[in-house]
Design a protein. Sequence first.
Lengths: 83, 278
Amino acid sequence: MKKPLRHLLDYLVLCLLVSTGIVLILIYNGNPIFQRFVVLGLSLIYIVWGIVHHLKEHTYHPKIVAEYALFALLGSIIVIGLF
Amino acid sequence: MAHPAHTLFLPHPHNNHRAKLLWPRSILILIGLFIMGRSIVDITIGLLPGVLGYASQIDAAKVIELTNNQRLNAGLEIVRSSPELSQAALAKATDMFANNYWAHVSPQGTEPWTFVSNAGYKYQHAGENLARDFSSPKDIVSAWMASSTHKKNLLDSRYQDIGVAVMDGYINGVETTIVVQMFGAPQTSVSRIASSTVDALPVLASEKIIPSSGLSPLDLSRSWSLAFVILILFALSLDWIFVLRYNLIRISGKSWAHLTYFAGMAIILLIIRQGIIL
């Protein structure tokens, strides 16, 4: 598969994952316990997505995984602090 | 020599072509700052009870009406307002504020059924739904319907009576509005014919509604969280533009992926509604 097309596919997958998280949060408004799990799940999936994407791109490096993990941690803390 | 603001927000040879704000150590600092800010809010609530709060005027009759609408939609008989169950709901709300808890069972171990029995309602089946910090009865019933356990109570064909109490007060120093919904089926059940009119006799727990300070803890926390997300989105957008424009190659994650993730988090922050059910 050509690189730009592969990029687009990965991007669509990420958009789909994020959108699913948003829809679940919307459905379960008023249920903070479930919403916490959704945000944590989304953040973990985001890290996994980053690892898979960079493995496919042959640009995998532990520093990159740490970067995804830190961004996911910041995002989770910011949102979960609200529940 | 690059201006510090440039190196903080823009990729530059002086910051190894990566905005300093997006460096791992900066992310760690941001996490620390965020937690510190939230702690200040929590400490303020603890030291100055009533500074932050959320009180609303929920119409108990509307909660009963919306509950019955859901039951009629499901092909069930409506539940009738019971003075005893309303009294039990009021007693439960009063107990939660008096003993500073938010749960079905009090810290002393008092179960909801105790309030039902004490109010003189001899039940065969009984159920309880709780909600707090909602701004409208519609949001409360929607949240209950979205939760399988609460929905089960709402649409339980065994229940014939309902009691709803709305009460304002303080829990853990935060001003709040609690809604208690009690369902019951009496021990000597008499069959009834469903009626389209709702004979609601709601109990408003306090005649004097505590005026809201207008500064909800959720709004304050949401603003604090949004400030961080906007800052990150801004830095990532600039980074992405510079990477595309100057075709920078570096060992790092994809800015557009981080942007998508944080845009999602920003949307989640905006759609989270006030209100908790139990």
